[in-house]
Write a protein that binds this ligand. Structure first.
Ligand SMILES: Nc1ncnc2c1ncn2[C@@H]1O[C@H](COP(=O)(O)OP(=O)(O)OP(=O)(O)O)[C@@H](O)[C@H]1O
Ligand SMILES: [Mg+2]
Length: 230
């Protein structure tokens, strides 16, 4: 069973008299363990797709199945549960809480899931260590570099040990070298079995993936296998 299956999926936005076809009739499957890059010009529907795959938004038509479950048939509670336990998110702008230390930021998903404090701190420390931030647990986001902040965001995304990591332009706010470090980290996570789906507009970043989905005007125009270069 594929981890992700979209069948004739569309997402339309109605604004006044106009209908914007943010996604139109998308069918694709993604297997567990894949490393996929989503590319395409601004406004082509990339983030809309990511939000649907991440169960943060629902389609207007068509079907989305995650691990065989039809998302439309799930209650909001069940959907929130899937989101918290099986999916990790990383964004271009890190989305860290500025008044919390790296450790506290990393602990957040475990607070939502009701994990006891000691267990939470232990797992958050381990997650930070895994992303190479062992000595930075008690730093605030402003005391960290951009690359380090993104590492905290990745540690936070991974602390619940999700099977699927979704990243919307994870290197977009970083310089080339730091971006490469973040991509190496995502590649390591993928090698450990996590499915990685990322949006990027940089060819060098997309080259880390083994499959490339290209969108234009809400449609999937190419789906190609990449030979891994790194
Ligand atoms: N809430 C909304 N209401 C109306 N239209 C929307 C909404 N969100 C997105 N759109 C439209 O849907 C289309 C796809 O948007 P989306 O954010 O998915 O693009 P994108 O490929 O992620 O672009 P970018 O590379 O700039 O981030 C765009 O035309 C956008 O204007
Ligand atoms: Mg976008």
């Amino acid at each position: 069973m594929p981890q992700i299956k979209l069948e004739g999926l569309s997402r339309y936005y109605r604004t006044g008299a106009e209908t914007i076809k943010a996604l139109h009739n998308i069918s694709l499957t993604i297997e567990s363990g894949e490393f996929v890059a989503i590319v395409g010009p601004s406004g082509s529907g990339k983030s809309t797709l990511m939000n649907i795959i991440g169960c943060m938004d629902r389609s207007t038509a068509g079907e989305y199945q995650i691990n065989g479950d039809a998302v439309d048939a799930l209650s909001s509670d069940r959907l929130a549960q899937i989101r918290n336990s099986t999916i990790g998110f990383v964004f271009q702008s890190f989305h860290l809480l500025s008044r919390l230390t790296a450790l506290r930021n990393t602990e957040l998903p475990l607070i939502y899931s009701g994990t006891p404090k000691r267990e939470r701190q232990k797992r958050a420390s381990e997650a930070l260590e895994k992303v190479g931030l062992k000595g930075r647990s008690h730093h605030l986001p402003t005391q960290l570099s951009g690359g380090q902040q993104q590492r905290v965001a990745i540690a936070r995304a991974m602390v619940t040990q999700p099977k699927l990591l979704l990243a919307d332009e994870p290197t977009g706010a970083l310089d080339t070298h730091t971006g490469e470090e973040i991509m190496s980290l995502l590649r390591e996570l993928n090698k450990g079995g996590v499915t990685v789906i990322l949006i990027t507009h940089e060819a060098e970043v997309a080259a880390y993936a083994r499959r490339r989905l290209e969108f234009r005007d809400g449609q999937l125009i190419t789906d190609s296998a990449l030979s891994s270069q790194q």
